[in-house]
Design a protein around this ligand. Structure first.
Ligand code: SAH
Length: 278
């Protein structure tokens, strides 16, 4: 695990204040549910021990639309994902915390807490919450603190926001400039201090920031780019959909300098991983 000097992130705006105007306390990041698997429990313990960064608290600016600011509707989504098999309480807390309706068009806001992918323009989609949760849970199950995480395919920025709740630093790359700009605009009012957004071809990763404690690829390719495999720290995990029409969520664990273990998991459907920038 690498230790980075404290940094000022571009999205750092100010101290986080909760809605009642008080300084926000660190919300539930630790602690595991009763049915928590061993690996997750170890992770929580490792977090507590390493004190791996305080959890970032999203500040939600009042949003009148449809009364969706209510925490309750998000909690219900988190509860449904829990019933659907997501066990890691840190992931469920993050899903319960991030206002997904702020990442989609106002016309779709009333569908934001359904477990569905929704269009975000430019022929792209915001991923299904259950898939976002699954991928992040798989990263956390490495049992190591997520100091530095890389996401390929920022889209509207939702998954980056969820990741920001369980990782110390989140780097996210998007190849479509208007989406990169939109993600910035979506995240700014939420005051997320630990996300760095980059415009570029994510297949190249970020060699200057690597190694990463986890990598999530949010678009499907036929193979995992070698650059990303190389930028994974030893012991860290990468989660990516692999395939064309038929895709399989694939877990890669770097087991040594020249060794990676691949496990094929769930059938999924993602937009394609493309090369170059537009
Ligand atoms: N993470 C998003 C999902 C966005 S959809 C969420 O929170 O819901 C996947 C995104 O991957 C699209 O915006 C697409 O433009 C982007 N993408 C595809 N290929 C890419 C590449 N090579 N580099 C960076 N982004 C890429």
């Amino acid at each position: 695990m690498s230790q980075l000097p404290a940094k000022r992130f571009p999205l750092a705006l100010s101290e986080v204040i909760d809605r009642s105007g008080k300084r926000a306390a660190s919300p539930a990041r630790t602690g595991t549910s009763g049915s928590h698997r061993k690996a997750g429990a170890t992770t929580a313990a490792a977090h507590a021990k390493a004190g791996a960064g305080k959890q970032t608290v999203l500040k939600e600016v009042p949003h009148e639309a449809l009364g969706l600011t209510s925490e309750r509707i998000r909690q219900r989504l988190a509860q449904r994902l829990g019933e659907g098999g997501i066990r890691d309480s840190r992931v469920l807390a993050a899903i319960g915390h991030v206002p997904r309706h702020r990442f989609v068009d106002a016309a779709l806001a009333n569908q934001a807490y359904e477990d569905a992918a929704l269009p975000i323009g430019h022929a792209q989609t915001i991923s299904k919450p259950s898939v976002v949760a699954r991928m992040i849970e798989l990263l956390l199950a490495s049992g190591r603190p997520l100091d530095k995480v890389l996401e390929i395919g920022t889209g509207c920025g939702y998954q980056a926001a969820v990741l920001s709740q369980v990782a110390r630093e989140v780097y996210s790359i998007e190849r479509i400039r208007p989406l990169h700009e939109r993600a910035k605009a979506n995240l700014r009012p939420l005051r997320v201090p630990n996300i760095r957004l980059h415009y570029g071809d994510g297949r190249l990763g970020m060699p200057l920031v690597a190694p990463f404690d986890g990598i999530v690829v949010a678009a499907a390719g036929l193979e995992i780019p070698q650059a990303l495999l190389e930028q994974l720290d030893i012991g860290a995990r990468l989660v990516a959909p692999l395939g064309g029409e038929q895709q399989i969520l694939t877990l890669i664990e770097r087991t040594g300098a020249h060794q990676w273990r691949e496990t094929r998991l769930d059938r999924v459907f993602f937009v394609p991983l493309k090369s170059g920038i537009i």
